[in-house]
Design a protein around this ligand. Structure first.
Ligand SMILES: O=c1ccn([C@H]2C[C@H](O)[C@@H](COP(=O)(O)OP(=O)(O)OP(=O)(O)O)O2)c(=O)[nH]1
Ligand SMILES: [Mg+2]
Length: 159
């Protein structure tokens, strides 16, 4: 990935006053996702969800948003996902980034330590729309088709 964006971040003090100024972390060059670290220790019981602190806030430039998405390893191995995925962090938001984690496993609790990677953010350019009312929308090939309208089998019936 060659494009870089300067983003300010700041530590958000926890209830105990502790400040951890760890920004979201890209694990490799070229990664789209930067890992968010937990600022708290907790155990997510099977089936439970929690709003988890990351201890960090960011200031995105106008025209960008950050999307909070699950980590595939946590999802595949432990059933840990993000309830509102993708969570939207608006450019104007200056509060702490938080992650609504859900333990989808039916049986196993999942314990999180301070500093654990719990989710990731993907920063993307976004546009703001001006919505204009019309009586009839412009036609399109898809029209009103959706929700499975294109079927489920591959065109040849096998692949
Ligand atoms: O996973 C998320 C989603 C959102 N936010 C923060 C940043 C975002 O800018 C703000 C509001 O998010 P959203 O608009 O999704 O929540 P809402 O329930 O509509 O709250 P509001 O009425 O404040 O917009 O909360 C997070 O920290 N994590
Ligand atoms: Mg909102």
């Amino acid at each position: 990935m060659t494009s870089e964006l300067d983003v300010f971040f700041a530590a958000v003090p926890g209830p105990d006053g502790r400040r951890s100024a760890v920004p979201p972390l890209y694990a490799h060059p070229g990664d789209a996702g930067a890992d968010l670290l937990s600022a708290e220790a907790l155990t997510l019981a099977a089936g439970a969800r929690a709003l988890v602190s990351t201890g960090v806030s960011i200031a995105l430039p106008d025209g960008f948003a950050a999307f909070v998405v699950p980590r595939s390893g946590l999802a595949a191995k432990h059933g840990i996902t993000v309830v509102n995925s993708p969570g939207t962090v608006d450019a104007g938001y200056r509060g702490e980034i938080k992650v609504t984690l859900l333990n989808t496993d039916r049986d196993a609790d999942y314990s999180i330590e301070v500093g654990d990677k719990i989710a990731q953010i993907v920063i993307m350019p976004v546009v703001r729309a001006t919505f204009s009312p019309v009586e009839t929308l412009p036609e399109s090939v898809r029209g009103e088709g959706g929700f499975g309208s294109t079927g489920y089998a591959s065109p040849g019936g096998s692949l």
